[in-house]
Design a protein around this ligand. Structure first.
Ligand SMILES: Cc1ncc(COP(=O)(O)O)c(C=O)c1O
Length: 403
């Protein structure tokens, strides 16, 4: 390839690391090896099949030609946007400034494009969902982190305040991506006291410059405790309504509806009716993907008008949340049986086992056929893709690998 044909100035990794791990796991399994694959990022049943929610598929089958074929409006169907926001905050009467996006990823990327200038830094928590860094790089941004609380530890408010102050001083604005509640990859949420401390830190820092808080809601429907999730959303709504920081949400149909491949979601700022924000979002849609798929938007609208389908979906969410909880409980019991600390999963598809040298530990586990995803802070375990009965094998491999 001549130099002119190299696509851009950036260096690209040869492959996505998680896909590469997954491919190795599957290849070795095909050779007859007994493999425990905890790298998967989608919900699987105990026989390893992808879970597809029946209530959602029934709605999908009801879609007609006009739900599927025409272009959707550039910023998305306003009724879809309102229905999606109301799934999160039922008492809100409007989506505010909002647009449809291809999944939560589209929403996150669009926030980066619109709230920061090239060369600036996004703020998020460590550990974080890896593609945040990819999206930041694609948008010409860097990424800095504040610590996600350890198990049973409070949020380090001083570290968060320091990071906010530093960024406001150096770049005059902050975009904070917060994947709470049901954090990927820790599997834990901020406590009510953490949320209160965070709100205090944000209020105080907002005197120094504009702060956008983007709540990344990828996994809310998969939780041990739906009331805890509702309380978190109520706290964030209160902060949003106060108006000292601009609160928005990235919402996705990928996990909530098991419509990963339909690529549907939205970004919404329900407490902001500024036409300039709406214009910026609409312009970005037009200039990036023109508009989004109509079918999943139409599906969500049908769901919003169908009480029976909502009840069936809620029952399916409970069923699969209970399954995730039993896998997490089995893993905690197995870890404790091996003399390790439990991880206390609260929601989402993952937990993370802390490790000092995750790459080395991950390689030792792989040598015995156990696949996890090494992150800088530890090993990500996809409880979404493993069985409760595999927990003892994973814990034993971890005890050996962590030595
Ligand atoms: C934390 C987090 N945010 C956002 C997303 C976005 O997913 P999608 O673009 O499929 O909605 C994911 C997907 O894995 C995720 O884990």
């Amino acid at each position: 390839m001549t130099e002119q044909l190299i696509p851009t100035r950036r260096a690209f990794p040869a492959d996505d690391p998680i896909f590469a791990l997954n491919a190795e796991a599957q290849g070795r399994k095909a050779q007859g090896e007994s493999i425990l694959n905890a790298t998967v990022g989608a919900l699987l049943d105990d026989s390893g099949q992808l879970v597809v929610l029946e209530s959602v598929m029934d709605l999908w089958r009801e879609l007609g030609a006009l739900d599927v074929a025409p272009y959707a409006p550039i910023a998305g169907d306003p009724a879809f946007l309102k229905a999606l926001v109301q799934r999160h905050w039922p008492s809100l009467g409007s989506a505010g400034s909002a647009c449809a996006t291809p999944g939560g990823s589209g929403a996150i990327s669009l926030s980066m494009r619109n709230f920061l200038e090239v060369g600036q830094q996004v703020l998020t928590t460590a550990p974080f969902w890896g593609p945040y860094a990819t999206m930041a790089a694609e948008n010409g941004l860097g990424l800095v982190t504040v610590p996600w609380p350890e198990v049973d530890q409070p949020l380090d408010a001083a570290a968060w305040a320091q990071a906010l102050h530093t960024l406001l001083k150096t770049q005059g604005r902050v975009l904070l991506l917060l994947n709470d509640p049901c954090h990927n990859p820790s599997g834990r949420s901020l406590s009510p006291a953490d949320r209160q401390a965070l709100a205090g830190v944000l209020r105080e820092a907002s005197a120094l410059g504009p702060i956008t808080l983007l709540l990344d809601f990828a996994y809310l429907d998969y939780t041990r405790d739906p009331a805890f999730v509702a309380a978190a959303l109520a706290d964030y709504a209160k902060l949003g309504a106060e108006g000292c920081v601009l609160v928005g949400a990235s919402m996705s149909l990928s996990k909530s509806m098991t419509l990963y491949g339909a690529r549907c979601g939205a970004i919404a700022f329900p407490w902001c009716a500024d036409p300039a924000l709406q214009a910026a979002l609409t312009q970005s849609c037009r200039g990036t993907w023109s508009n989004c798929a109509r079918a999943p938007q139409a599906l969500l609208l049908r769901l919003a008008q169908d009480g029976k389908a909502q009840a069936r979906l809620a029952a399916e969410h409970r069923h699969w949340s209970d399954r995730l909880a039993s896998r997490a409980t089995a893993l905690d019991a197995a870890l404790e049986a091996e003399g390790m600390a439990p991880l206390h999963w609260q929601g989402g598809f993952f937990v993370t086992v802390p490790a000092e040298d995750p790459e080395a530990v991950g390689a030792r586990l792989r040598a015995e056929g156990v696949f996890t995803v090494p992150l800088p802070e530890g090993l990500r375990v996809g409880i979404c893709g493993m069985k409760a009965t595999e927990a003892p094998r994973l814990a034993q491999a971890l005890r050996r690998g962590l030595r």
